[in-house]
Design a protein around this ligand. Structure first.
Ligand SMILES: Cc1ncc(COP(=O)(O)O)c(C=O)c1O
Length: 374
């Protein structure tokens, strides 16, 4: 079945009790046992399993070409559960510009745990290979990365991890299965902050881990979900699944708008560099064409004039909203270095755009006046 159809139908069924086409929200925390003590419909207690969570997991697994998914209360709750699944002394290889929350969780939440981590430029596969150790159990990466939009080769990273007996996980929050499917390229598991494009309306926080094949880490994450309990509420699952129904058409517009804005920014004299995999000037544009079926709604750009100019441009937008996060209907602009704190590797001259669903011409007009005024 095609992605557009799966986005609407996977994981859903007409409610057998009422005939409701849109599923009800199952708020009940507990489910009736049969006289013989069994749970005839498979549900017992809502932390362990819930019909709305099950629908969402089934749908997201189908979209990624996986077999199983585990939904959590946030994207970072997924990462936390994955790290809990590692053994003392395990080594992680992670992208050097992954979402900064990974560094916060590894060094501040798990600071006293004996985990080792090496950050490496995932766009350079030789460096990834060189970073692997006999104790490496996890390779965590994003492509495109955040916010420099660097590309990692999905097939190459999957192979390097496999050869070293490590599990690869791609944080695919920026792309969604509509434009990139890491499991098809040999990556072991996919993670999303569903807070972003998957739910799509900036109104629900969530995360998911998806696998195609059984593996020990996924099973440990399942335990953490059911018994550690960082689960999303039934309403959060319902909202997220409602968002997924329109994912295909939303992604098309995000990609189309971002492509137009990237081209506009690239031709503007105040802009020094644009980071967008859809531009021929992107250092791995050929790889982007190979492993992505669209180039996404995220881009970043660096301004001539450094931090002062970047802050001034962000301060001058009128239609575009200054806010963190991404993947929603509104176009958001953000000075990433100032949110990432003093240890940031992000250039001070850089602004990140999450291009929304507004008219591209209106967005370009706003950027044009902000670049002039700022
Ligand atoms: C790429 C990426 N991964 C993970 C996360 C963390 O997800 P959450 O905020 O849902 O915990 C974010 C949040 O911004 C993100 O952008």
């Amino acid at each position: 079945m095609h992605m557009e159809t799966l986005a609407v139908h996977a994981g859903r069924r007409v409610d057998p009790v009422t005939g409701a086409v849109t599923a009800p929200i199952h708020l009940s925390t507990t489910f009736e046992r049969a006289a013989d003590g069994s749970y005839p419909l498979g549900f017992s207690y809502s932390r362990e399993e819930n019909p709305n969570r099950e629908s969402l997991e089934e749908c997201l697994a189908a979209l990624e070409g996986g077999t199983q998914a585990l939904a959590f209360g946030s994207g970072l709750a997924v990462l936390t559960a994955v790290l809990q699944g590692l053994e003392p002394g395990d080594h992680i290889v992670a992208g050097d510009d992954v979402y900064y929350g990974l560094r916060v969780v590894v060094h501040q939440v798990f600071g006293k745990w004996p985990l080792e981590i090496t950050y490496v430029d995932m766009a350079d596969e030789d460096k990834v290979e060189a970073a692997m150790r006999p104790s490496t159990r996890l390779v965590w990466f994003e492509t495109p990365s955040n916010p420099l939009m660097k590309l990692a080769g999905l097939k190459a990273i999957g192979r390097i991890a496999r050869d070293a007996n490590a599990i690869s996980i791609c944080d695919a929050t920026f792309t969604t299965p509509l434009i990139q499917r890491p499991l098809d390229c040999g990556v072991d598991m996919v993670m999303h902050s569903t807070t972003k494009y998957i739910s799509g309306h900036s109104d629900v926080v969530g995360g998911v881990l998806i696998t195609k094949f059984d593996n020990y880490l996924f099973e440990r994450v399942r335990k953490s979900q059911r018994h550690g309990g960082a689960v999303p509420s039934p309403f959060d699952c319902w909202l997220t699944l409602r968002g997924v129904s329109t994912l295909a058409c939303r992604m098309r517009t995000h990609c189309e708008n971002a492509g137009k804005i990237a081209a506009f920014l690239e031709g503007h004299p105040a802009v020094e560099r644009v980071h967008y995999p859809g531009l021929a000037s992107h250092p791995r544009h050929e790889l982007a064409k190979e492993q992505m079926s669209g180039f996404g709604g995220m881009l970043s750009f660096e301004l001539r004039g450094g931090r002062a100019k970047a802050m001034a441009v962000a301060g001058a937008v009128r239609l575009i909203t200054r806010a963190t996060s991404l993947g929603g209907t509104h176009t958001l602009i953000e000075h990433r270095a100032s949110i990432e704190g003093p240890e940031t590797r992000t250039p001070q001259s850089l602004l990140r755009l999450s291009v929304g669903l507004e008219n591209a011409g209106d967005l370009i007009q706003d950027l044009e006046q902000a670049l002039r005024a700022g």
